[in-house]
Design a protein around this ligand. Sequence first.
Ligand code: FE2
Length: 131
Amino acid sequence: MNSLSETYKTADWKNEKHVPVIGAPLAVKKGTVVPVTVTIGKEVAHPNTTAHHIAWIALYFQPQGSPVPYEIGRMEFKAHGASAEGADKSGVYTHHEATMKLKTEVSGTLMATSYCNIHGLWQSTQVLAVE
Ligand code: FE2
């Protein structure tokens, strides 16, 4: 493997806990503000501990015909139980889910990425049609 892009993994989110699950309508009317929720571990829960957690999620949208995707937003998850008393002692954990909103004039593809601190980079996509 010689490039970062080759390290991104994907799978069926119903069986693989790392895959970002995109929750968005399949089609919207032009000019609609579209809420998009990205969840990790929707079917198979992912751990959320100091030693093993989801560090961030990022969402992109690539309009049809565009040579590049546009970054919609990014959410970093910072609380994973660490405290001065040690790992998993604070009792405070950020849940790895984020809702972002976008508006687009053209159809395209939503692209979600996530990063597990020990299992690396994951991705998924969903087409968004604009009518
Ligand atoms: Fe993991």
